[in-house]
Design a protein around this ligand. Sequence first.
Ligand code: ZN
Length: 247
Amino acid sequence: MTTAKSVFSRRALLLSTAAFAGTALFAAPRRSLAADTIKPDAKSALIVVDVQNCFVDGGTLPVKGGADVVPVINRLAGSFANIVITQDWHTPGHASFASAHAGKKPFETAEMPYGTQVLWPDHCVQGTDDAALNKDLKLPTAELIIRKGFHKDVDSYSAFEEADRKTETGLAGYLKERGIDTVFVTGLATDFCVAWTALDARKRGFTTYVIEDATRAIDLNGSLAAAWKQMADAGVKRIKSGDILGG
Ligand SMILES: [Zn+2]
């Protein structure tokens, strides 16, 4: 929320920008000028990607600052009627683990039938404490937990589609059958599972936001900047939790 003064100046700025660009100012119904915030509606879903023990400090593949997303996501949850959680859920000896490839170390790559795969430490093995959702994540109203990466020979960063780019997880069907057309993506990590999820959401026609301060990145060899560029090119909207009403 903003003060009256800043609302006024933002409105003036938007009006002049719209006039200059010749665009329809009121084309985006969900961005309320008066409140200067985005209000998620019944057709919106919050997607919480992989906020699991494995990806925070003490886990097998910790993302720097990973646990910091938890209070932000807990707070955002109150603004959403629909919440979907994902869990990275690998078999023991999964093909994305460096340990499954002779002579390879974590963070090196391997050529797989579906392309180049970054190799990770063993992480998020099905049924382990490491793969459990972070205990501080409080999402009692979440309606779906979708697990991914459970086919032994194929990784799945995306919540929509496995890394072979063919096998659907079923999430797009679930969202569409429920009339959801807009997704807000949060979680871990920005430059892998969050970015792939957001890009695949765009490919399937969803209006897609990534809430930046509700994500943290691994940033391997410039992967974070590359991911933001790809997302921008695909029309993913980059926002902060404060841009959401109640967030
Ligand atoms: Zn994984």
